[in-house]
Design a protein around this ligand. Structure first.
Ligand SMILES: [Zn+2]
Length: 137
C-alpha cells in the first residue's frame, strides 16, 4: 500500500491509499480517484511535505515550538539577571575595565551598540549577544 497526498482542482487536499503507484495512475485515468470534499475527479499529487500532520495540527506544533523558544529565552533572562551585574548602557566601558583589570572580574550584562560589540570582539573581549525578551505580563 502507498499513500499519496492529493489535491483537487478546487484546492482541497486529501490523502488516499493505493495498492501501488500504477494503481493510482490507472484509477485516476478512469476518474475513480475523487475528492472526498467536492467529488471532483480532477486530482493531482500535492507536494509532499516531511510533516505528515494535517494543517491544524501543524499550526499547533509551530505554536508549541514558538512557545517553548519563548520560555527558554525567559529562563535565560532570569538566569542572567540572577548571576550577573546590570551595567546598563555602560556595558562596553565596564567590559573593557574588567578586561584590563581596572574593575573586579565578574559577569556583567547590559546593552551595547553593534559598533561597540564589534570593537570589544576586536580587542579580544568575549561578549555574547542574547535576545532580550520583555517579561510576560
Ligand atoms: Zn475538492
Amino acid at each position: 500500500m502507498i499513500a499519496f497526498d492529493l489535491k483537487c482542482d478546487d484546492g482541497h487536499e486529501f490523502e488516499a491509499w493505493f495498492r501501488d503507484g500504477s494503481a493510482y495512475d490507472s484509477l485516476r485515468k478512469v476518474r475513480r480517484v475523487t475528492c472526498p470534499e467536492c467529488g471532483s475527479a480532477k486530482v493531482e499529487k500535492a507536494l509532499m511535505t516531511p510533516n505528515v500532520t494535517a494543517g491544524r495540527d501543524r499550526d499547533q506544533t509551530q505554536r508549541q515550538v514558538a512557545q517553548q523558544a519563548r520560555q527558554h529565552l525567559q529562563n535565560l533572562r532570569t538566569f542572567i539577571e540572577k548571576n550577573a551585574d546590570n551595567v546598563g548602557d555602560g556595558f562596553a566601558e565596564e567590559a573593557r575595565k574588567i578586561h584590563y583589570g581596572e574593575a573586579d572580574a565578574r559577569n556583567i550584562y547590559g546593552s551595547a551598540t553593534t559598533e561597540e560589540s564589534t570593537e570589544l570582539t576586536e580587542e579580544g573581549i568575549e561578549v555574547q549577544k542574547v535576545p532580550w525578551l520583555p517579561r510576560d505580563s
